[in-house]
Design a protein around this ligand. Structure first.
Ligand SMILES: *[C@@H]1O[C@H](CO)[C@@H](O)[C@H](O)[C@H]1NC(C)=O
Ligand SMILES: *[C@@H]1O[C@H](CO)[C@@H](O)[C@H](O)[C@H]1NC(C)=O
Ligand SMILES: *[C@@H]1O[C@H](CO)[C@@H](O)[C@H](O)[C@H]1NC(C)=O
Ligand SMILES: CC(=O)N[C@H]1CO[C@H](CO)[C@@H](O)[C@@H]1O
Length: 399
């Protein structure tokens, strides 16, 4: 049966498509329009800080990495690049291979020690035998009263619906303890998550529709401003959580990060090629727009430096992203990677290029974090065969 809402969606899609053909020059005054991919290009004739890089193998398809502020260890949610070509809801891939009809699909959690450059896969305890673990964004919370404990939040695209999976980790151990799968009708197409407390977080939904015709319409036409930021609170053991929409009107909200001791929230919009900074109301968790900046380049994940400045991963050439994602192992097909530094004392208003690579060192670097003790930039990528480690002097980051 066709839901009446869907017919409206198709109608809007067709209307928008016709409209965009006829009225492109005027459209931006009526609707905020995404830069077409070919205009999302930030050129850099020179490579920047990519000359002391290497790929560390043994961890592939790590979309997100998070550096432990205290230990310097790097937590990574990693999956199979091949597997994601069949099943990865963020890319609208939903094919469950026959061998997974009877067993769950399982990504892994890996800890990387930046000093020794060794990888360690963590055991996942307490996960229900039939639960899929298909990772996307992740976030680390530091319980103030328990210095050895971390609470790790993962965006988990299970076959039925996407959830936020929460685990506890005790420093020095080699396992994660499952706490909860957080479910809500408002958690639809989660991309990134940022922890607020042990039991609360914000997510970005990068689309309105997870799959089906409506999703195809959403991906093909538009841009529609249907992507949002949702805030959720949950109780361990009770999967259904209390969530509310805190901001909408994004086209493809992607990376999200709390900065300035949680007083501000930064979010990137990949399709509109901009980022926004919101003031966070500590009581209601409402978000009040402070600043929106056009970066003229597609933006992805965000990480915070010890100084409070932030790093944003960017894709300088919008046209080359999808060809690379479709052909992850073809060395002839590359897509540039870039990292931008936004400084707190400039109110995060000016992007500075601190890393640029033509894609030969790493294509489609979806996350970049800097580990200051070892002076290493750690890059994760959806279609990378490993993680990128680059020696970069901390003075580059003003540290
Ligand atoms: C997880 O850690 C939090 C914070 O330390 C604690 O309150 C909670 O009881 C732990 N849950 C489990 C299942 O270990
Ligand atoms: C951007 O990528 C496309 C597709 O790979 C390529 O054809 C184009 O030349 C690139 N643009 C620039 C300016 O390098
Ligand atoms: C990093 O840069 C600073 C300032 O340019 C320099 O003094 C220092 O020797 C450099 N450190 C390394 C390890 O290269
Ligand atoms: C590398 C990096 O900084 N990844 C970040 C991506 O965004 C999530 C939150 O949305 C952070 O937890 C990760 O640290």
């Amino acid at each position: 049966m066709v839901h009446p809402g869907m017919i409206i969606i198709y109608a809007i899609g067709i209307f928008m498509a016709l409209l965009s053909r006829a009225f492109i020059p005027h459209l931006s005054t009526w609707f905020p329009v995404a830069l077409p991919p070919q205009d999302r290009y930030v050129s850099s004739s020179l490579a920047v800080n990519n000359d002391h890089c290497r790929m560390v193998f043994g961890a592939e398809g790590c979309e997100d990495v998070a550096i432990d502020k205290i230990t310097g260890d790097v937590y990574m949610g990693c999956g199979s690049v091949e597997g994601r070509k069949l099943f990865y809801p963020p890319q609208n891939h939903h094919v469950v291979r026959p061998i997974y009809k009877q067993q769950p699909m399982r990504d892994s959690v890996i800890i990387f020690d930046p000093a020794s450059e060794q990888l360690k896969t963590l055991e996942l305890r307490g996960v229900a035998a039939n639960s899929d673990l298909i990772w996307h964004g992740m976030s680390v919370f530091y319980p103030p009263d328990k210095p050895d404990t971390r609470v790790l939040f993962f965006v988990n695209h299970q076959r039925g619906s996407s959830v936020i999976s929460v685990f506890n980790y005790t420093i020095g151990t080699d396992y994660l303890q499952f706490v909860s799968d957080v479910i809500s009708p408002l958690i639809v197409t989660p991309n990134a998550v940022v922890a607020v407390s042990e039991t609360s977080f914000y997510i970005t939904n990068d689309h309105m529709f997870r799959k089906g015709m409506a999703r195809i319409v959403e991906d093909t036409y538009g841009p529609f401003l249907w992507s949002n930021i949702v805030y959720c609170e949950f109780k361990a053991g009770v999967s259904m959580s209390k969530c509310s929409v805190k901001q909408k009107g994004f086209s493809y909200a992607n990376g999200i990060m709390l900065v300035d001791e949680g007083k501000k929230l930064v979010v990137t919009d990949t399709r509109l090629a901009k980022y926004s900074v919101f003031n966070v109301d500590p009581l209601t968790h409402d978000l009040d727009l402070e600043l929106a900046v056009s970066a003229h380049t597609s933006l992805d994940n965000i990480s915070e430096l010890p100084s409070g400045d932030i790093l944003v991963s960017a894709f300088p050439n919008g046209s080359s992203i999808w060809p690379k994602i479709e052909a992850p192992f073809d060395p002839e097909i590359t897509s540039e990677s870039m990292t931008l530094l936004l400084k707190k004392d400039e109110a995060f208003a000016i992007p500075h290029v601190v890393f640029w690579d033509d894609g030969k060192v790493m294509s489609v670097m979806t996350s970049a974090s800097y580990e200051v003790r070892t002076q290493k930039l750690i890059g994760g990528g959806v279609c990378a065969p490993g993680i990128l480690v680059c020696d970069i002097n901390k003075s580059v980051f003003g540290l």
